[in-house]
Design a binder for this molecule. Sequence first.
Ligand SMILES: NCc1[nH]cc(CCC(=O)O)c1CC(=O)O
Length: 317
Amino acid sequence: MTGAATGVIRIGTRGSQLATTQAQTIADALTEAGHPAELVIIKTAGDASAAPVAEIGVGVFTTAIRVALHNDEIDVAVHSYKDLPTAPEEGLTIAAVPPRADPRDALVSRDSMVLGELPPGSTVGTSAPRRAAQLRALGLGLEIRPLRGNLDSRLGKVASGELDAVVVARAGLVRIGRTDEVTEAFDPVVLLPAPAQGALAVECRSDDAELVRTLAALDDESTRVAIDAERAVLAALEAGCTAPVGAIAEVVESIDDDGRIFAELSLRAAVAAEDGSDVIRASRVGPLDRAIQLGKDLAAELLELGAGALVGHGSPP
Ligand SMILES: NCc1[nH]cc(CCC(=O)O)c1CC(=O)O
């Protein structure tokens, strides 16, 4: 199943500090469980280009890693789950979804100003259409500027004074040990995170049955059902990871008519017009074993409310 002669599990990852840190946590967990593992760095199209992700396309961070997995150059791929296209990849299985980190978006600003303290005209860097659209919709008169590159260079634009603030995934800052630079973590009511933000996907070849079983030990059921629901919204809207779609699901405790406590899945989603002129929101709660259906139902509700026009389907008849 593994690195042929040596028996060491080869884990493929991008070379950024964020990606290697994430992959190393999986390598450590496997090694600790008696399955020695090592990292193999793979260069992806997303690393080679500084163009906005919306221009270079879906899968820029993940395609090259999946090719290496298909070609048996690596045994396991560790992806930021939100970077994966929603379509399943034939021959590959997401064998584990480890416990999720904080899914919220975070503001890093000069002089530690929170969003509401940034004066109109302040420049805020983000390239995610979802973040740009939701920030514009707040009507604060902020100037949204494009932003790409690794986390370090993004944060550097605030430190150098080039931008007043940037918005990035809080989980990324936590993973690279720079949580203390977060000025504000956005409540999802203000800024709904990307589907699967803060979660990892641990993938291997479907026919590698022994490895599928080994990796399953790293799976977190609550995270998996939440991600299933969030990504079902995205898939049903036929929108990709660069679409102005936010979604977050959480396992919550509810009480039935007999006073019995049980777990349910709470799902919220939003679709925003890129210019911030409109945000359509909806939410619902449902059983854990119907996570994907919950996401589909919520997407149907969003489409009924007019979301199609905002994700580029044109207006309904
Ligand atoms: N699109 C790039 C990307 N993919 C995953 C993360 C952060 C970690 C995560 O969300 O799991 C980031 C950076 C960011 O959005 O700021």
